[in-house]
Design a protein around this ligand. Structure first.
Ligand code: 13P
Ligand code: SF4
Length: 309
């Protein structure tokens, strides 16, 4: 009897389609392990923006949330940018709307606007410079102005204010539901159970959580910190999937995650949605020329400033 050829796995299909369509897959550190495993590049928001600006392939399949895929399009308007799950929208980015941003700018006409990349492309058109969790302190410090409107993450803005004492930072009431839900008691409990563990948290965490940390880092900053550390155990105060990469790159080290620290929108992208997106080269990120032109300015200023951690 002739042998029935084995059905191609979804992973194999994606790798095949990637070649066929001349595509690259960029994935954020919070993506599902199976997505991280087939990505050409896995990183934090800043690393992904830098990578997106260097892509030579014709198609970028962006595995992350909406604002990240939009940034890839802004930096690469001539490329096809596919976001496999358009419903994967960062709730924090949705907390800052263009009208509100224009209003606060009117209230503080001499202030400069520093916008976290976790914002819509429309909001970026009204910003002076963007930042990520890696370089927020560096970006704000680089400005000569004394008054800064910082949107949309209040926790990150408060964290920056600790280092930039000579400026008045006007905060916006936005937050990340995943990081804001991390409570000091969770860190204390883990620390009690693992007294030798180093506590690393993301700057999107509440100030009371930041006060308990040994280090505050972006997701890529955490990867670098762990690699360089001679310690063995780490409590990771961010979305749990970062531990997949941490373990993969540091098999001899031990990591403790925070119960419940999951970003549901990051998990919307699956192997099936990536395969479908590659097959159809859709859904695409489409932005009008004027938005791209204006939003590119603060993004490029941020990239010139570079990493801070
Ligand atoms: P990073 O830039 O540190 O990867 O953070 C992005 C993000 O959305 C954190 O919640
Ligand atoms: Fe947005 Fe928070 Fe998810 Fe990051 S972890 S994408 S800030 S909701």
């Amino acid at each position: 009897m002739p042998r029935i050829p084995e059905k191609m796995s979804e992973r194999e299909r994606i790798l095949e389609l990637k070649k066929e369509k001349n595509a690259v897959i960029l994935a954020h550190n919070y993506q599902r392990p199976e997505i991280q495993d087939l990505a050409d590049f896995v990183g934090d928001s800043l690393g992904l923006s830098i990578q997106a600006s260097k892509v030579e392939a014709e198609v970028i399949v962006f595995c992350g949330v909406d604002f990240m895929a939009e940034s890839a399009k802004i930096l690469n308007p001539q490329k096809i940018v596919v976001h496999p799950e358009p419903k994967a929208r960062c709730p924090m980015a949705a907390m800052c709307e263009l009208e509100g941003l224009i209003e606060i700018k009117r209230k503080y006409p001499s202030a400069k606007v520093v916008g976290y990349v976790n914002t819509t492309a429309a909001c970026k058109t009204e910003m002076d410079v963007c930042c990520t969790s890696s370089n927020a302190v560096k970006v704000v410090s680089s400005l000569h102005d004394k008054e800064i409107i910082f949107v949309p993450d209040e926790n990150l803005g408060r964290y920056v204010q600790r280092f930039v004492k000579d400026k008045n930072i006007i905060l916006w009431p936005g937050f990340c539901p995943t990081h804001n839900a991390i409570k000091p008691d969770q860190i204390k409990r883990l620390k009690k159970a693992h007294p030798d563990a180093v506590v690393i948290v993301h700057p999107e965490c509440r100030p009371e959580v930041i006060d308990l940390a040994d280090a505050v880092k972006s997701t890529e900053g955490m990867i670098k910190f762990v690699k360089a550390s001679d310690k063995r155990e780490f409590i990771i105060g961010t979305e749990k999937e970062l531990i997949y990469r941490l373990k993969k790159e540091n098999p001899e080290k031990i990591f403790y995650s925070i119960p419940g620290a999951i970003c549901p929108t990051m998990k919307m992208i699956t192997l099936s949605s990536v395969a479908k997106a590659l097959e159809n080269l859709a859904p695409r990120v489409e932005l009008d020329e004027e938005t791209i032109r204006k939003a590119k300015i603060p993004l490029e200023r941020m990239m010139e400033i570079g990493r801070g951690d």
